[in-house]
Design a binder for this molecule. Structure first.
Ligand SMILES: Nc1nc2c(c(=O)[nH]1)N[C@H]1C(S)=C(S)[C@@H](COP(=O)(O)O)O[C@H]1N2
Ligand SMILES: [Mo]
Length: 313
């Protein structure tokens, strides 16, 4: 196995923001030229800049100042397209988010393979403004367009044995060239405990800023669990499985001391190689204090009562 040491990966992850700022105008032009990055549940001509129809605006996070679209779509973590923050927006044009299907299996009464269209039909789309906070101490505020994960889970009717729900990213090195290197153990895999998945804050996103999700942000379907570090927010999901036992998850497998299973944002637990006490919002100069559970403690802290908070990173 040629899995790189976490230290190698992480030092290469730290890209100076100035670098990407210089490149971003160029890249935005490239994205538009790349053309029809379509989604099957929209007309074939739909692209990453296609407006999503019928999105219900909500009050979630409307007091927040949004991170500019440019920053949200050009400063990304998506190892399937490279380890630098600018790589995903430059390379993700090879991903074909349409047609797309999702396998649902494990401890459910209604397993099967569903197209994205099937999944979306009964789920009205909402816009919710959520923060996303990466372990590398950058953060952003994004108007995500998605639907409740809990509602989707209920449709498949998990059995009483279902204790965890695990998500898997597409594995296709032709579409995702980063997968021909053993940077991580592919496919990327992330999981939630059942009660976390049923929390009303957790959504599956299909868009941002009112438009179809750009490939680099995890088209056509990605998880958004705002009280957890970015790595839990798995992108380009093709499989959802319900399990009795806690499954292995990608970053936790690679570096268990640095990335726990829970990945709850906790300013008091430092990453072994840097403080987690504060963060820099993309597009801003001054750092701000990181909040426990990324500021969503009121809604989720009760899920972890009786658990050792130092183990919840
Ligand atoms: N499949 C997959 N999902 C992924 C990642 C990845 O490398 N592959 N990176 C994660 C990490 S570490 C972060 S911080 C967020 C970044 O999401 P964004 O690019 O939309 O900001 O995606 C997460 N989801
Ligand atoms: Mo991250």
């Amino acid at each position: 196995m040629i899995i790189r040491k976490p230290t190698d990966i992480l030092s290469s992850e730290i890209t100076d923001q100035a670098l990407y700022l210089n490149r971003r105008n160029f890249m935005r032009a490239g994205l538009v030229a790349a053309g029809s990055i379509g989604a099957g549940w929209l007309p074939a001509s739909a692209s990453a800049n296609t407006k999503l129809p019928g999105v219900k605006k909500t009050d979630w996070g409307k007091e927040e100042k949004l991170t500019p679209y440019e920053d949200v779509t050009t400063y990304n973590n998506f190892y399937e397209f490279g380890v630098d923050k600018s790589d995903p927006s430059e390379n993700a044009g090879s991903l074909k988010p349409s047609p797309w299907s999702v396998v649902v299996d494990g401890e459910v009464a209604k397993p099967g393979t569903f197209t994205l269209e099937d999944i979306l039909k009964p789920h009205p789309l909402e816009e919710r403004i959520y923060r996303l906070r990466c372990v590398e101490a950058w953060s952003m505020v994004v108007p995500w367009v998605g639907f409740s994960l809990a509602d989707l889970v209920k449709r498949f009717q998990p059995t009483s044995k279902a204790k965890f729900v695990v998500f898997e990213t597409l594995f296709d090195p032709k579409q995702m060239p980063g997968q021909s290197r053993r940077l991580l153990e592919w496919p990327y895999r992330e999981a939630l405990r059942m009660d976390e998945a049923m929390n009303p804050l957790a959504i599956l996103a299909v868009g941002l800023y009112g438009e179809v999700l750009p490939n680099q942000n995890g088209a056509p379907l990605r998880l958004v669990v705002p009280w957890k570090y970015g790595f839990k927010n798995i992108k380009s999901i093709v499989k959802i499985s319900f399990l009795e036992e806690q499954p292995p998850t990608t970053w936790n497998l690679l570096a268990p001391k640095e990335y726990g299973f829970y990945g709850n944002v906790n300013p008091k637990v430092d990453h072994p190689r840097w403080s987690q006490a504060n963060e820099r919002r993309l597009g801003e100069i001054f750092r701000r204090e990181t909040m426990p559970f990324n500021g969503y403690g009121e809604q989720v802290a009760s899920l972890y009562q009786g658990m050792d908070p130092s183990k919840l990173f």
